[in-house]
Write a protein that binds this ligand. Structure first.
Ligand code: SF4
Length: 124
């Protein structure tokens, strides 16, 4: 699925269409056996899929599900307008950064420590 107007695309793991015609995007993830709540980056990824599903199916997406393979129970994530707006803003900012070849201005040691892009992005 893609949104040319926002300039992003993605491949959702599973889309559930309920008997009430609700579209529920679902993501399968490895690891995280001890997570109580999905981290913000996983929730925002789900919200980005919600945006794509809304466009593709002309439906409002209000929730999604994240399954961590090492956990027994799935996480139901409410996806509201604010989350979708945050995704759109982040995508716009990313596109600007790519065009201007600038680095993120709010790098954080705790987030960036294990990031694959740290070598080109920051000094962590
Ligand atoms: S190092 Fe990784 S996580 Fe940190 S700002 Fe750069 S891209 Fe983002």
């Amino acid at each position: 699925m893609s949104r040319e107007d926002l300039g992003f695309s993605g491949r959702l793991d599973v889309l559930v269409l309920t008997k009430y015609a609700e579209a529920v995007p679902c993501e399968l993830k490895l690891g995280h056996p001890h997570l109580v709540k999905p981290p913000i980056w996983d929730r925002m990824q789900l919200a980005s899929y919600a945006i794509l599903v809304e466009k593709a199916f002309n439906k409002t997406v209000r929730r999604g599900v994240i399954f961590y393979m090492e956990q027994e129970k799935p996480h139901l994530v409410n996806i509201n307008w604010g989350m979708k707006k945050q995704v759109e803003e982040a995508i716009k900012k990313l596109r600007e950064m790519i065009l201007t070849e600038s680095r993120p201005d709010n790098r954080r040691a705790d987030y960036c420590k294990g990031c694959w892009y740290a070598r080109v992005c920051g000094s962590y």
